[in-house]
Design a binder for this molecule. Structure first.
Ligand code: PFF
Length: 544
């Protein structure tokens, strides 16, 4: 697609709402509370917030600059910005070959094959591998995301038909397991959810995503507020607030830290190129820094509100905070049933309607990655691109659906994964395994490489120049420590040449400002944090 013809967001607000629509979803309302519950509460929340600030925000800005600068899908974007036969990519490629040899010697041949595949990709395609990883990772995530999206739709219908009229843990658990143990129902609702996603994209980026997000996101916040008020006024609610907000580090494990890091990527839709794609629709005069901050604030607000809605109710009504993926679906109906006035079922239905819509705006974003890739790379029409992505995702998603009720439904697959990757990877079900690998491993790794790519391959200078466009108010005037000098003539500026090849000039700015901090985070802090967390979690560095 030619640069001039690419669609644009209608304005800053359109972009922020659409990006917030992609970020705010099941990750905030379903996943965040249940993983917080599994990881002991407040300390996990604190680490998660730190990850958002120190890793999430810088990487988000990297993705947006890459996207807006190239105006391409992620695969094309990385290809355009890397040097030919990138030495850095070859370095990582050979490092992975070494790693693969080590893995074979250690008997982990399944992981060795994965490492080898990435090594070959890095050696042949360079950093464009990141684009591919994003496309296929995104589609893999959508495959199980759609399963939970389907639960939300199903629970909405159940609520409106007054089938969720329980108040206690036992009945809630029974209702949930009865539902997930019915593969036909699960697959059916998952497909309904996916068809809805496809329909939204079918009508085009702006009309589709933007219009939906603008109307529906504010409603979700209002309903969450109502649940919080109810939850907080239940007798015994305080223990839940304490659990959620008081950081007790003795309850946090290394695996919990990895999960917090992974979730900061998952919740902000980072590491899989979706934000590169969204950036590619941004206009040059838009301020990417303030837009990112808005998205992050809204996303974190949604997650915090979900936590405040759920945990007080969990403790007040004697539910188990560590009950896993079913947490929201068990606790909320019971909370709504204790609403005064007898219309609990109605509010509950409305809530699951909003949740389905929040999930939909994220599912749409996930499907968009594959669609943009197939359209731009193979020059096919949007509708064909949607159909191809849909078919792949639905096929994989059915496996997730069927495995949730019982892994043994897919005995051959279970045995194959166990034999290839080791029994340790067989968390819960195929659904859990996919989520574990995609969220905790793939997203942070790809985030680390995106930061390394911007810092050491593309270069901070052109990235700075791109980020500065439209954000001059922030980059040139904010935090004016030290001597600040801005050359008015870009030709004379030393930084000008680097940006110039991409059509932007970077005037010489001295003194510490936003760009200085961003550069430091991207170059050192984010990659190092991610690397350390990984080394801890695979046991190379031992916590004591
Ligand atoms: N951020 C979404 C959520 O928290 O629900 C999930 C997601 C959507 C991840 C879109 C990635 C993505 F591209």
């Amino acid at each position: 697609m030619s640069k001039a013809k690419r669609e644009n967001w209608s304005g800053a607000l359109g972009f922020i709402l659409a990006a917030a629509g992609s970020a705010i979803g099941l990750g905030n309302i379903w996943k965040f509370p249940y993983i917080t519950g599994l990881n002991g509460g407040g300390a996990f929340v604190l680490i998660y917030l730190l990850c958002i600030l120190l890793v999430g925000l810088p990487v988000m800005l990297c993705e947006l600059t890459i996207g807006r600068n190239t105006r391409k899908d992620p695969y094309g974007a990385f290809r355009e910005l890397q040097t030919q036969h990138s030495r850095l990519a070859r370095f990582f490629g050979w490092l992975l070959v070494l790693g693969a040899v080590g893995l074979v010697l250690g008997g982990r041949w399944g992981f060795a094959v994965v490492a080898l595949i990435f090594a070959v990709l890095l050696l042949t395609k360079g950093f464009a591998t990141l684009g591919l990883l994003g496309v296929f990772g995104g589609l893999a995530i959508l495959s199980y995301y759609a399963v939970v999206g389907g639960w939300a739709v199903a629970y909405m219908l159940k609520a409106f038909r007054r089938q969720l009229d329980y108040h206690d843990l036992g009945a809630a658990q029974a209702a949930f397991s009865q539902f997930v143990e019915n593969p036909g129902l699960m697959v059916g609702f998952q497909l309904v959810f996916m068809v809805l996603c496809a329909l939204v994209i079918w009508s085009g980026v702006r009309k589709g995503i933007e219009r939906w997000s603008k109307i529906l996101m504010p409603l979700l916040f209002l309903l969450l507020l109502a649940v919080i008020l109810r939850s907080l006024t239940l007798p015994g609610a305080r223990a839940g607030v304490a659990f959620f907000l008081y950081p007790d580090f003795s309850k946090l494990s290394t695996a919990g830290v990895l999960e917090a890091l992974g979730h900061s990527f998952y919740t902000l839709s980072l590491g899989m190129g979706i934000t590169v794609t969204y950036g590619s629709y941004l206009k040059r005069e838009q301020n990417m820094i303030s837009a990112s901050l808005w998205v992050i604030v809204l996303d974190t607000l949604a997650a915090t509100m979900a936590g405040l809605a759920i945990f007080p109710a969990v403790f007040a009504m004697g539910f188990d905070p560590a009950s896993g993926p079913s947490l929201l679906f068990e606790v909320l109906p019971a909370t709504f049933n204790s609403f005064p006035g007898g219309f609990g079922w109605f509010w509950c239905g409305l809530f699951f309607l909003m949740l389905s819509i929040a999930a939909l705006t994220s599912g749409v974003a996930l499907l968009q990655i594959g669609t943009a890739y197939f359209m731009d790379q193979f020059k096919i029409r949007r509708h064909w691109a949607i159909l191809i992505s849909f078919a792949g995702v639905a096929a994989l998603g059915v496996l997730s659906s069927v495995s949730i009720g019982n892994w043994e439904n897919l005995e051959a697959l279970k045995r194959a994964i166990g034999m290839t990757f080791g029994a340790g990877t067989l968390a819960g079900s195929f659904f859990d395994t996919l989520d574990y690998l995609a969220s905790n491993w793939m997203l942070p790794l790809s985030g680390m490489f995106i930061a390394i790519f911007v810092a050491w391959e593309w270069g901070m200078r052109p990235a700075d120049a791109e980020l500065r466009q439209g954000a001059e108010r922030w980059t040139d005037r904010w935090l004016p420590w030290g001597r600040r000098r801005i050359e008015s003539s870009p030709d004379a500026a030393p930084g000008a040449e680097a940006g110039a090849e991409h059509g932007i000039e970077l005037p010489a700015v001295s003194g510490i400002g936003f760009l200085t901090i961003w550069n430091f985070l991207v170059r050192f802090v984010s990659p190092v944090i991610i690397l350390l967390v990984f080394l801890y979690s695979i046991g190379v560095i031992k916590p004591h």
